[in-house]
Design a protein around this ligand. Structure first.
Ligand code: HOZ
Length: 427
């Protein structure tokens, strides 16, 4: 029998390349076809065939308080009644900017945009404009959106589909991008020594979450801060995933490091399409109309997105959200580790707060080369076994899982029961 999801996908394939509006949704890394969702609430998504899944994708990060959070929905409704877009300054932009500056340690001024891609692309331009240098350093497996100069050895969908260097990006556009392994101090020392006075900045996901999830080794982020400062280069934290998730002030609050510039997306829009970048005033003031670095957007500071984002951040700061996220993360980690151990399947489980990833490999995962050792065929089987039990993980080994405050003990128990069964089927 053909399901409604199958019918929709057949139709989608006729009109949308690959049937999806973002590649990693296509299930190609795990086989099969995507399901279509028409409703989501709390920690659950419901597909058009009436199936109910415990969701650990959380719209790829934004749903930190679960889907369809009533306060966010109300804020969006209230804002929509006043008009959906003005293209003229509106009070909500000011409120949002003030809020971000008050909770993110390094941000003195912030500019809103429409996605994480735009935020990272603009932060790079600003770093180059401010330092008057061209070269940037990124790390392999880190994904900073799909702007040309950053689509080099990228993670997420680009890595999932084996094209971390995209076609259509002229080599001359990426000649100033230096790609290094993450967690490797010597590689950075060598890069700065080989390019004296030429490196505008380092862009990094402080906790890389686009090749699965691995953590900075102790002292590594401090070293990034030090080497950039010594060399007059900008340190740019891409906190699109970690911002407002690892702490209200993001990874920079959690690790106590102040980058020069930070990029945000996902949670900052409360589920609406939005991004932002911010940092020290003297750097941010290089942006037009004050300075020579151009950056703009018709929908930037959109009132619906501002209303949703403000409510999300206010709710996170008013509640004990981070303690709950840690408790949920710890419970899930303990249970999933047990299922692997009982089934005698080698799994490296990396987690920080509400972000996690399990790799099917014997050796610890600290960088992309380690992540690539994971048995991806085994991941695909595991993914489908979990889906069959009503648990939705990202359909790629190279994505992080996200836990929300809406995941209940019974959601987590259900996940662990499903995992026990799935692991057995792999043994
Ligand atoms: N780049 C996103 C995850 N790292 C994927 C977004 C999507 O496909 O919706």
């Amino acid at each position: 029998m053909t399901t409604k999801s199958q019918e929709l996908f057949a139709e989608a394939l006729k009109y949308i390349p690959g049937g999806v509006n973002s590649p990693v949704r296509a299930f190609r890394a795990v086989g099969g076809q995507p399901f279509f969702v028409n409703r989501a609430s709390g920690a659950h998504v419901y597909d058009v065939d009436g199936n109910d899944y415990v969701d650990y994708v959380g719209t790829w990060g934004p749903a930190i308080m679960g889907h369809a959070n009533p306060k966010i929905i109300q804020a969006v409704k209230d804002a929509a009644e006043q008009g959906t877009s003005f293209g003229i300054p509106n009070p909500l932009e000011v409120k949002m900017a003030k809020l971000i500056c008050s909770v993110v340690p390094s941000v003195q001024k912030v500019r809103m945009c429409n996605s994480g891609t735009e935020a990272c692309m603009s932060a790079i331009r600003l770093a180059r404009g401010f330092t008057k240098r061209d070269k940037i350093i990124k790390f392999d497996g880190c994904y900073h959106g799909h702007a040309d100069s950053l689509l080099v050895k990228a993670g997420s969908g680009a890595l999932t589909f084996g094209n971390p260097d995209s076609a259509g990006v002229p080599a001359s556009f990426t000649q100033h991008t230096i790609v290094l392994p993450f967690n490797d101090v010597d590689a950075l020392l060598a890069a700065f020594a080989a390019n004296p006075g030429q490196i505008a900045g380092i862009i990094v996901e402080p906790v890389p979450g686009n090749a699965g999830l691995y953590l900075p080794k102790p002292g590594y982020l401090e070293f990034l801060r030090e080497i950039t400062m010594t060399n007059g280069a900008m340190l740019i934290f891409d906190e699109v995933m970690t911002g407002f998730r690892l702490a209200l002030g993001g990874a920079q609050e959690r690790y106590g490091i102040k980058p020069d510039l930070s990029c945000f997306g996902k949670i900052i829009g409360g589920g609406l399409p939005v991004g932002a970048f911010g940092g020290r005033s003297e750097i941010m003031d290089c942006l037009a109309p004050l300075g020579p670095v151009y950056q703009a957007g018709t929908l930037s500071g959109n009132p619906l997105a501002m209303a949703a984002g403000i409510t999300a951040i206010e709710e996170l700061s008013a509640s004990n959200a981070y303690a709950k996220l840690e408790a949920n993360g710890a419970a899930l980690e303990a249970g999933l580790r047990d299922t692997a151990r009982f089934a005698k399947i080698p799994v490296q489980f990396n987690r920080i707060g509400s972000m996690f990833c399990g790799y099917f490999t014997e050796s610890p995962v600290h960088n992309l080369a380690d992540a690539m050792k994971s048995d991806r065929a085994r991941f695909a089987k595991y993914f489908h076994a979990m889906l069959a039990e009503g648990v939705y993980f990202a359909p790629s080994q190279f994505e992080a899982g996200f836990i929300s405050t809406a995941h209940s003990p019974s959601d987590i128990e259900k996940t662990i029961r499903a995992a026990a069964k799935a692991m057995k089927s792999l043994a």
